[in-house]
Design a protein. Structure first.
Length: 465
């Protein structure tokens, strides 16, 4: 690292150990920030010009060279060398090769790698958050469309993974959409906090060169400079928050993936997976495996690991910058890469699901799932719920003991269980009646599901994706 591309070393007399060189080098992962580093440099030279450290002609020459350097990075003509410690040193080397050391050497004035990298990771994540947002919107669109297509079809609702109450398939599908909507809300709120620029903070204390950091933040499209230079270079809460939101997105995908894996089994038979979004077995010819769902579930574990590792790195760092912060990037790079990999495949799988609606309807009343309707019917007859619960429990026990569904218990048997169980109770012993009655806010009735679809369509209009 005792090379012309190194950004430090004047006070060192011994050559850096090769082991330290290998440990310190980060170009294998931070090179993806190259275009953001170049954008930051272009903004920084504007601040240097405004403060009188560069002439108009020098700025023009530097800007033209940075545009060319950006093209060379994009097409692979310029890449880091083994002697380049990081993306910053590699790009400064590239610029100096184009404009010479006298002019290229001026650019580093008034900035540090500390405020550079703190800014680059923000601008990178801001861009990638938009890509992830669009992919999540695609999935919300698919879920909403499926809900429209299966608007009034019943299915078993579960708690504790046991049959609970009948619900609409559309209602269940939209229950997976709303957490994603909240994830997008979190992402939008995060963008507000992420849009402040650390540029101008220098290593930690700012600069004595009277550079205006507003010039840089304006040029980068950010809101304003950060208020405290130490905080600007040493804090990575914005990175950790992005990682948390990415983890929540992956968790929400994983929960649905778990259901899809179960639903596709022979025992459940709720769905059939499309061939295009399934895989087979190398030994069992009959297999159709839900690998997309399984990999989605696995990626969630990996992404949670990225978040956990990042938080552990940050938890005991003293102010200000510490080299530990080099480790923040790989965690969020991995989260970005895996979400961008998973979301299109998962969305395609969901969009092509074929539902066995006859099977779903058949099982909607299984497990005595209409019992709550009986209890609430008794409440409407002015029976205290405590008593209604007890009476209905006895009805379920009788039906279970005699291998009957609730609607198969005879009128005489109903009266024998309890005098309040008159034949009129049969009006609620149907799946359709149960679902229709759940018309309160957020309920599973068709009218309430249509409200949800309308709300989601305001966010994702039909045909807009």
């Amino acid at each position: 690292m005792n090379d012309s591309s190194n950004l430090w070393g004047g006070r060192f007399s011994a050559k850096t150990s090769e082991a330290v060189v290998n440990l310190s080098r980060s170009t294998d992962f931070d090179w993806r920030l190259a275009k953001y580093d170049i954008a930051g440099t272009k903004a920084h030279i504007l601040a240097l010009r405004a403060a009188g450290f560069l002439t108009e002609a020098e700025v023009t020459r530097l800007d033209k060279s940075l545009v060319e350097l950006d093209k060379r990075v994009a097409n692979g003509m310029f890449t880091p060398k083994p002697t380049d410690e990081d993306v910053h040193s590699a790009l400064e080397r590239g610029l100096i090769e184009m404009v010479g050391a006298d002019l290229g050497g001026k650019v580093r004035a008034g900035r540090s790698r500390n405020d550079q990298i703190a800014t680059l990771i923000r601008t990178y994540l801001l861009d990638e958050s938009s890509v992830i947002r669009e992919a999540v919107l695609d999935l919300i669109d698919v879920l909403t469309t499926l809900a429209q297509e299966h608007l009034s079809e019943p299915m078993p609702g579960r708690t504790h993974f046991q049959h609970a109450q009948p619900i609409l398939l559309s209602h269940h599908l939209l229950a997976h959409a709303w957490p994603l909507v909240r994830d997008l809300d979190r992402l939008q709120e995060w963008k507000t906090r992420a849009s402040f620029s650390p540029y101008g903070a220098g290593a930690l204390a700012g600069t004595s060169l009277a550079l205006d950091p507003n010039v840089v933040s304006d040029a980068l499209g950010l809101t304003a400079p950060m208020a405290n230079s130490i905080d600007a270079t040493s804090s990575r809460d914005v990175v950790a928050e992005f990682a948390f939101i990415g983890s929540l997105i992956s968790i929400n995908l994983s929960r649905f993936a778990e259901e899809i894996i179960i639903w596709a089994s022979a025992e459940f038979g709720y769905i059939k997976l499309a061939d295009a979004y399934s895989t087979g077995s190398s030994i069992m010819p009959q297999k159709k495996n839900p690998d997309v769902a399984e990999l989605t579930r696995a990626k969630a574990g990996r992404i949670i690991g990225d978040l956990t590792g990042l938080l552990a790195t940050l938890k005991a760092l003293p102010l200000a910058y510490n080299r530990d912060l080099q480790e923040d990037k790989e965690a969020v790079f991995d989260i970005v890469d895996n979400l961008k990999l998973v979301l299109p495949a998962f969305t395609g799988m969901v969009a092509t699901l074929e539902f066995n609606t006859e099977r779903l309807e058949e099982l909607a009343s299984a497990g005595y799932s209409l019992a709550t309707d009986v209890a609430e019917w008794l409440v409407k007859q002015k029976v205290p719920f405590r008593d209604a619960h007890e009476i209905t429990g006895k009805l379920v026990a009788f039906a279970e003991k005699n291998g009957l569904e609730l609607d198969e218990v005879s009128d005489a048997e109903l009266i024998a269980i309890h005098p309040l169980l008159t034949p009129d109770v049969r009006e609620v012993l149907s799946v359709s009646g149960s679902i229709k009655s759940r018309s309160g806010a957020g309920g599973t009735s068709v009218s309430r599901v249509l409200d949800q679809i309308s709300a989601l369509r305001r966010l994702v209009p039909a045909g807009s994706r």
